[in-house]
Design a protein. Structure first.
Lengths: 366, 417
């Protein structure tokens, strides 16, 4: 009798323990992470998400909505039901979202991991890249690439001016259906020095000059809207040149063996990184700490040719995870690629995007 | 006795009959209302409220008045002739400080930037340096950013300080307020919406006409063939109607594109050269072909329902009176089908001016509709006020067409089979 009571007690205790264990397990959470999809999300999946899920048991749901992230954040905020926990966003959008109070201001030194040698984050991230609400993870670049099979040997294009030269380099071009990058390139092709581009664009004559240059190739342009389109159009030889994100072209070159080459001349580079929707900081701060540390950023560079945003990763960029090729010369920040690079001026575009986009659309509709 | 005859009739329990009757009617009305109340509630939430909200957003203008209340009241009575004085600048500094703390300067910056490019950075830059700002504010603010020294900036703030604005409607028809407050066209290089409205209307008219020309004979056959054949034909009309819109649209891409089925066949037959393939998609042609196909059932079904009610004896009578077939058709049959033509026409026309996904997929540059710009302003430029104004104009046009239709034909003629 007594024994059976004791067994009962033990069973109850065991049950209690197992409930406790379940409670601990139940703390594993589901994180809704918004990003760009495609090869880029895949690199995040391999470098950040999978190790994190293994470590904590959390589940990470990828949502490919970064293209319209600002609209999404606004709508969720107005509806009072924010379902996104962490958002991958461009710094220009982050500035706007931050000013509207849609995302959390971040104390970078407190939230983020130090470099392995103890350098605090504010010194380890690329200079001026940490803004009030934004943590960068990569440097990517907008470039023009071409299909080498469409030009005879010895007559391959090499500069941005060649993209605007229909006589020597005939064929269709595909460009992003936005004024961003296209106006900068038009000016450089027209003889403006890369460092003066935004000074010229500030003036009405400069904008006219850029549109006049774009006019010269307008009939030969197919406009793209999704990042996956230009590599596809290049591969199908529907176009000879295509503007694109450098990582997508790299991906097509190494994993699909496409005969593409990147024109690094006048690449327009910028950062991309994380923002935390208002009210979600407690939920994601551990993940954010993990996903932006030096090792994780270096790991990501094994999967896609975007430069890590921390200085402490510079010796750690190695070889591609699948093909084993050296990643260094494919990075936007590799010195020979970087000579004529244009840093995208977020403030210029924050001010002028509304008007220039309307002007660009009106120009397209002509 | 004479009294009792003039006394009101009563029911068995002594209640006057009229009162009792009224009560019974009220009860049954209440029951009917209860029965339809779920529908009314649904319509209210899913239909009326969003439309009211949209109309509201198209004129709603809270940003300046709620974020810069002190500046607005300090500007009260300012004539706009010379730069405002120190009190206005001090009020602005105070307002911006408060806005910075409440983190709502972003909306103000976006709102002013719609009207004057550069206002976004003016406000964000000024906000960043507020902490070190000291009087006299006028000099200090102008030193931070020249924009504060421009008369137009202050005229803009004064003009947009009322809680309602017409600016979005003006922008929707390519107009704007000049700094002096007059309504002027925007520079030519920024004009786009009026073109798109016009394109939407004329292409919708072409599509409506095309569905009529193609649908009329089909509807005639449906109404006049023996049942066995007409049933089969009806299935052929309805099957595409039941097929997903996206499937039908992308099928047209596969058929019409330059490496597509139709071009391949034409090249194989030697009709066109391989280098001179027809460009039939990603332009106006693509939009018209795909939308004509997609909207065809909306023309055929109302036509059919009208033709079905025309007794064959009318035509027989006309023929027996000696009319030639075409004359009989023109004078007898065709006039009887006009309600069907009008019903189908108004359905197709209204549906097509609101179409969005098909022009986006097959329209390219030249075949886009105004609806694609509503989507653009909703998702990309985030100018929801402008999106609401464009949508409200479309709504207004639809209501006008509906009103004309109702006056001429009568809305009770619209039947779908």
């Amino acid at each position: 009798m007594k024994k059976s009571l004791m067994t009962k007690g033990a069973t109850v205790a065991a049950m209690g323990l197992s409930t406790l264990a379940m409670a601990v397990a139940a703390q594993a959470e589901t994180l809704n992470i918004v990003s760009w999809g495609g090869a880029y999300s895949m690199s995040q999946q391999k470098a950040y998400h999978e190790p994190w899920m293994e470590k904590t048991g959390d589940e990470i749901v990828n949502i490919d909505r970064s293209g319209n992230a600002l609209a999404g954040l606004r709508a969720q905020n107005q509806a009072g039901n924010v379902t996104w926990d962490l958002v991958d966003m461009l710094p220009a959008d982050a500035l706007i979202a931050c000013a509207e109070g849609l995302i959390e201001p971040l104390d970078h030194d407190q939230l983020l991991a130090d470099a392995p040698d103890g350098t605090p984050p504010t010194e380890d991230f690329i200079d001026n890249s940490l803004t009030e609400c934004f943590v960068p993870s990569i440097v990517y670049s907008n470039i023009v690439a071409f299909n080498t099979e469409m030009f005879p040997e010895g007559k391959q294009p090499s500069t941005i001016a060649d993209v605007f030269d229909l006589e020597n380099y005939p064929g269709k071009r595909t460009l992003l259906r936005k004024p961003i990058n296209n106006l900068e390139w038009a000016l450089v092709a027209d003889g403006v020095a890369p460092e003066d581009v935004y000074d010229v664009l500030e003036t009405e004559e400069g904008v006219q000059r850029a549109f006049a240059k774009l006019d010269t190739i307008k009939d030969e342009v197919i406009w793209w809207e999704e990042g996956a389109q230009p590599p596809q159009l290049l591969a199908d030889q529907e176009v000879a040149f295509g503007s694109a994100y450098n990582g997508r072209i790299f991906n097509a070159m190494v994993t699909e063996d496409q005969p593409f080459e990147i024109i690094w001349d006048a690449q327009v580079f910028e950062l991309d990184g994380w923002v935390v929707p208002t009210g979600k900081l407690d939920k994601v701060k551990d993940y954010l700490h993990f996903a932006t540390d030096t090792q994780r950023l270096a790991d990501q560079a094994k999967y896609i040719s975007y430069g890590p945003a921390r200085k402490s990763t510079s010796d750690m960029v190695s070889t591609h995870a699948e093909t084993g090729i050296d990643m260094t010369p494919h990075m936007p920040t590799y010195p020979p690629n970087f000579e004529t690079a244009i840093p995208k001026d977020d403030e210029f575009w924050a001010d002028n995007n509304d008007e220039l986009t309307q002007r660009f659309n009106a120009w397209l509709a002509q | 006795m004479s009294n009792s005859s003039s006394a009101p009739l009563t029911t068995a329990d002594g209640v006057p009959l009229r009162v009792s009757l009224r009560r019974a009617i009220r009860r049954s009305k209440l029951k009917a209302l209860l029965l339809v109340s779920p529908l009314l509630l649904f319509l209210g939430i899913a239909f009326v409220m969003p439309i009211v909200d949209m109309l509201w957003r198209s004129v709603d203008n809270p940003e300046v008045s709620s974020t810069l209340p002190r500046t607005v009241s300090a500007l009260d009575g300012w004539e706009g002739e010379a730069l405002p004085g120190e009190p206005v600048f001090a009020a602005l500094a105070e307002d911006l400080r408060e806005g910075q703390q409440a983190r709502n300067l972003g909306l103000l910056a976006s709102r002013l930037n719609y009207e004057k490019s550069g206002m976004r950075s003016t406000i964000t830059r000024t906000a960043r340096r507020l902490r070190t700002l000291e009087p006299p504010y006028r000099e200090a603010l102008i030193e931070i950013n020249d924009t504060w020294g421009e008369l137009d900036t202050w005229r803009l703030i004064q003009r947009e300080s009322s809680p309602y604005t017409l600016s979005y409607y003006l922008a929707a028809v390519d107009r704007q307020f000049s700094p002096q407050g007059e309504i002027v066209p925007v520079p030519e290089y920024l004009q786009i919406h009026a073109t798109l409205f016009w394109r939407t209307f004329w292409m919708s008219a072409v599509i409506t006409l095309a569905t009529l020309l193609l649908g009329y004979p089909v509807a005639f056959l449906l109404a006049n063939l023996p049942l066995r054949h007409s049933n089969l034909l009806m299935i052929l009309v309805l099957l595409p109607f039941w097929t997903s819109l996206l499937v039908r649209t992308t099928t047209w891409i596969a058929i019409l594109q330059s490496q597509g089925v139709l071009n391949d066949v034409m090249v194989a037959l030697g009709v066109i050269a391989d280098e001179a393939r027809w460009q039939m998609i990603h332009n106006k042609t693509g939009t018209i072909i795909a939308m004509t196909h997609i909207l065809l059932p909306f023309m055929i079904l109302p036509l059919y329902s009208v033709m079905k009610t025309i007794p064959p004896s009318y035509m027989h009578a006309a023929r027996s009176l000696g009319g030639r077939p075409f004359l009989c058709f023109r004078r007898v049959y065709f006039p009887l089908t006009i309600p069907g033509i009008a019903a189908g026409g108004i359905l197709v026309f209204i549906l097509s001016i609101g179409y969005y996904i098909t022009p986006a997929l097959v329209g390219g540059q030249s075949g886009r509709f105004i609806t694609n710009y509503i989507a653009y302003h909703m998702q990309t430029s985030l100018n929801w006020g402008l999106a609401a104004a464009i949508a409200s104009i479309l709504l207004f046009v639809v209501v006008v067409f509906y009103w004309i239709f109702n006056r001429l034909i009568g809305v009770d003629k619209v039947k779908l089979g």
